[in-house]
Design a protein around this ligand. Structure first.
Ligand code: ZN
Ligand code: ZN
Length: 304
């Protein structure tokens, strides 16, 4: 699988369509607050139409914290196209300096401005466009496409942990305190507790909640019909809620086929599933302090 035909590189920038761009962090990235945006890279940021003297604000979000930044254009009258630069504030320069202290001290002490830090790899700054908010970029020092792989591994690990629980105690619905996030590869994430997942499946009597007739096979671990745990409201949205999303009220038991379907089917088919599951869960969610309306849930799945 190669998708190299659309990759655009210019100077220290590379764009990987549709939503990722990265830049080598060189001397100016460590010591100054800005970097030039070559003309080939501007369409990615939708700034090809900027005129001289214009400024456009954006937000760089790192580990859940927003940092103000902006594009600005300068240029002499002789130049047909203005020069574009991306500027950030001192707070984000500190983020870069703290992430790579050895590089920073090298550049700070190097007398030759062209010198490269011998023996140190040049780091990259990745910017991923947020799908919902224009002008918001999730930044990290690791490739966000690898973060996707990490997410998939986490999911497999979670399902394996859920399967390994037997003799699960079933408790009543009640609000649960919101957990603290952890940071993986510069991204906020929330751990999911296998006991709660196992409890949700036991509560559903190990049936697929889309259709109780979806029998699969007997699990070696649980001795029951094999089902998987799915968070109806994705755990990645925990920040937007006052109480934990990792509660049985928000975890549905699905056969592997329905589970794949709710993640990967075309939107019309997802919407049918969400409608049914939402109707079954809305009151229980409210009992757990989680307010959600169906339109918002549709919107969430549309943007996944
Ligand atoms: Zn799922
Ligand atoms: Zn099913």
């Amino acid at each position: 699988m190669t998708q190299t035909q659309n990759i655009i590189s210019a100077d220290s920038w590379t764009v990987i369509p549709p939503d990722v761009a990265f830049k080598e962090i060189d001397r100016s990235g460590f010591l100054h607050r800005g970097t030039g945006i070559p003309i080939e890279i501007r369409p990615f940021f939708q700034i090809s139409d900027m005129v001289k003297g214009e400024r456009r604000n954006i937000v760089l979000q790192f580990e859940g914290t927003p940092y103000e930044a902006y594009f600005s254009t300068t240029g002499s009258v002789e130049r047909a196209t203005p020069q574009a630069r991306l500027f950030w504030m001192k707070d984000f320069t500190l983020v870069i300096q703290n992430a790579y202290p050895d590089h920073y001290s090298f550049y700070e002490n190097a007398e030759d401005k062209k010198a490269k830090p011998y023996g140190l790899e040049i780091p990259n700054l990745y910017l991923q466009k947020d799908q919902e908010t224009p002008g918001l970029y999730i930044v990290s020092f690791d490739d966000p496409r690898l973060a996707q792989a990490v997410e998939e591994t986490d999911e497999a690990d979670y399902q394996r942990r859920v399967q390994s629980k037997k003799n699960v105690k079933i408790r009543e619905d009640k609000p649960k305190n919101k957990p603290d996030p952890s940071f993986k590869k510069g991204r906020k994430s929330w751990d999911r507790d296998e006991n709660t997942g196992a409890e949700a499946m036991a509560k559903a009597e190990y049936r697929c909640e889309m259709d109780a007739n979806h029998l699969t096979f007997i699990s070696r671990k649980t001795g029951q019909n094999f089902v998987e745990a799915h968070h109806l409201i994705p755990i990645s949205l925990q920040d937007q809620f006052d109480y934990s999303l990792d509660v049985t009220a928000n975890i549905v038991s699905l056969c592997p086929n329905c589970h794949k379907k709710i993640h990967h089917a075309r939107y019309e088919d997802q919407e049918q599933m969400i409608t049914l599951l939402y109707q079954q869960r809305k009151d229980r969610l409210r009992t757990c302090g989680i307010e959600m309306d169906m339109q918002r849930l549709f919107h969430i799945y549309k943007s996944l």
